[in-house]
Design a protein around this ligand. Structure first.
Ligand SMILES: Cc1cc2nc3c(=O)[nH]c(=O)nc-3n(C[C@H](O)[C@H](O)[C@H](O)COP(=O)(O)OP(=O)(O)OC[C@H]3O[C@@H](n4cnc5c(N)ncnc54)[C@H](O)[C@@H]3O)c2cc1C
Length: 532
């Protein structure tokens, strides 16, 4: 088995990984590994934009207040202040790298700032309705042309390598990772004094999600197995309106459609939101998601619908060109038909516990972006704060890391060959597919938008059983990307269930019928890394 050596190992090629690589490359050799094609990331699908106080009339104080308000008492105020204040500098950096944010078309100079739920001001910088795609393309271009950065696509981290695992004396430390080239099947090791996890979220833990297939929670599972603390995993944000169609995977019907007057109705066309909130269909995301969930459960219906048929076809085509075209591809004419929607897992507010500089409880391991839990989002994320968090933290992480002395003797650490033992190629791929579906269905049914102790307990039993079975499968058969992702998905599912069971209150995105009120003192849910 070969071992590659670099100064910085960066895992992931979304906004967090790409920005981390670009900053670190000024100080050393970066190896960036990413498990599919480089552009495949949550970042690439971000529609709305990036929150930033940039024009007169808005203020850092207001952005801070909006973020704290959304976070329901669990945000760390100092973290919020730091990230909000650093936003303009990081936006300038993105622009210098070639991201062109939309400007006003009415003759007055300035950005065309969007407004989203929970923001008291227009402060969302966007590049049309494909902000993420534009950001991803610009950053990838810069990374691919940087002589200090080497990118390995189709390369998936299997497990982190720690000194504890190597039975070396002293405090535990991350010294690199085993990786799998999914095209060739080769497994090799990467030795690095610093490993930056930028692996994104875990939407795929749920049956319905608007996240792409890469979002299997790998970073959280890798870090936790290596002994790192994770926090607040119970806070999963569900987007209320993902298109429901057998052939449409993860297409979002933007909140702006409701902003233009679309009503939520049941499958028979009856509006129901007024029964849940006086703001009706324009209530905040978590309330709308809970209402849709309740209606679906009440009628045993697979979806609810959006009704915007009162608007003309010409208006809809002009205002929502992408959404109109996408719906039409699935045989839904927004001007004539109801749009079937389901809530879908969207964003994970919890993750590997980390500071703004990415520092985790495991020396040598940094976490940046959606994989990290920095204290910015608290119990609920304010829209368009996540791309901002990634770009600010990547910068802060690199600034701190390059000043840190590299412990002596790390470059002499011997990494043993990957042991396949008596494992053989699997002749039972059906086990992976079956368990994959079972985990996701179990999480959707029992650990979704509205929770109860009984459902959580049921989920815990099933997920534990599945974890044991998957662990056995992992030892018996040669590893494949599918097995590894399933193992990560199931570990993360268990972390979500355990965290949810610890929170005996309803706060932010965690809503349980058994404890509908809030505890007087807000607390994070911190789970220690796996022992042994
Ligand atoms: C549909 C949609 C719309 C959104 N809209 C917005 C918005 O408007 N504004 C906003 O702020 N946020 C938005 N978000 C959230 C935001 O896009 C994400 O939080 C953010 O892009 C996360 O960036 P990241 O770099 O941390 O992770 P990602 O962009 O998801 O990148 C993760 C990377 O890690 C790689 N990876 C994962 N596991 C491994 C492994 N084991 N080995 C190797 N590589 C691995 C992946 O392949 C990928 O390259 C949206 C999300 C979605 C899904």
């Amino acid at each position: 088995m070969r071992t590659e050596t670099c100064d910085y190992l960066v895992v992931g090629s979304g906004i967090a990984g790409l920005m981390s690589a670009l900053h670190l490359a000024a100080h050393g050799r970066v190896l960036l590994v990413t498990k599919k094609e480089s552009a495949e990331s949550n970042t690439n699908y971000a529609q709305g934009g990036i929150a930033c106080v940039i024009e007169a009339g808005d203020s850092f104080e207001q952005h801070v207040a909006d973020t704290l308000d959304a976070g329901a008492g669990l945000c760390e105020e100092a973290v919020v202040r730091r990230i909000v204040r650093d936003a303009p500098a990081r936006i300038a950096e993105l622009e210098a790298l070639g991201v062109a944010f939309s400007t006003r078309q009415n003759g007055t100079p300035g950005y065309d700032l969007g407004r989203e739920g929970g923001h008291s001001q227009r402060r969302i910088l966007h590049a049309g309705d494909i902000t993420g795609q534009r950001v991803e393309a610009a950053l990838l271009h810069a990374v691919q042309n940087h002589r200090n950065i080497r990118v390995l696509e189709q390369t998936l981290v299997i497990d982190l390598i720690t000194t504890r695992w190597l039975h070396r004396p002293g405090a535990n430390r991350c010294v690199g990772a085993y990786v799998l080239n999914r095209s060739s099947g080769e497994i090799f090791a990467v030795r690095a004094p610093a490993t930056v996890l930028a692996t994104g979220g875990c939407g795929k833990v749920y049956l319905y999600t608007c996240n792409p297939d890469i979002a299997t929670g790998d970073g959280v599972a890798l870090a936790w197995r290596a002994g790192t603390e994770v926090a607040n995993m119970e806070f999963i944000q569900f987007h209320p309106t993902c298109l429901y169609h057998p052939k449409a995977r993860r297409f979002l019907i933007s909140e702006a459609v409701r902003g233009e007057g679309a009503e939520l109705v049941d499958a028979a066309g009856r509006p129901f939101m007024q029964a849940y909130d006086p703001r009706g269909s324009l209530a905040p995301r978590d309330i709308v998601a809970r209402a849709i969930d309740a209606e679906m459960k009440r009628h045993a219906a697979p979806y609810c619908c959006l009704d915007i048929r009162h608007k003309s076809r010409a208006f809809l085509q002009k205002r929502f060109p992408n959404i109109y075209a996408a719906c039409l591809r699935y045989g839904i004419d927004m001007a004539r038909d109801l749009i079937p929607v389901v809530p879908a897992a969207h964003y994970c507010c919890g993750g590997v516990r980390a500071s703004v500089e990415g520092v985790t409880s495991l020396p040598g391991l940094l976490a940046v972006g959606e994989v990290a839990c920095t204290g910015l989002h608290g119990a609920n994320r304010l829209a368009s704060n996540s791309l901002l968090e990634a770009v600010v933290c990547a910068h802060a992480m690199a600034e701190r890391l390059v000043d840190q002395p590299v412990p002596a003797a790390l470059d002499r650490v011997q990494i043993p060959d990957w042991e396949s033992g008596t494992a053989v190629p699997s002749d039972e791929q059906v086990v992976v597919t079956h368990n994959w579906n079972e985990v996701r269905t179990c999480m959707w049914d029992y650990v979704g938008i509205v929770r109860t102790e009984k459902r959580l307990e049921r989920a815990r039993r099933r997920i534990r059983m599945l974890r044991r079975e998957i662990q056995q499968y992992y030892f018996d058969y040669l590893v494949t990307a599918d097995t590894l992702e399933l193992r990560n998905l199931t570990d993360v599912a268990e972390l979500i269930v355990r965290s949810a069971m610890r929170r005996r209150e309803s706060r932010g995105l965690h809503y349980t019928l058994d404890f509908p009120g809030k505890q007087p003192r807000p607390r994070d849910t911190v789970l220690p890394g796996k022992a042994g």
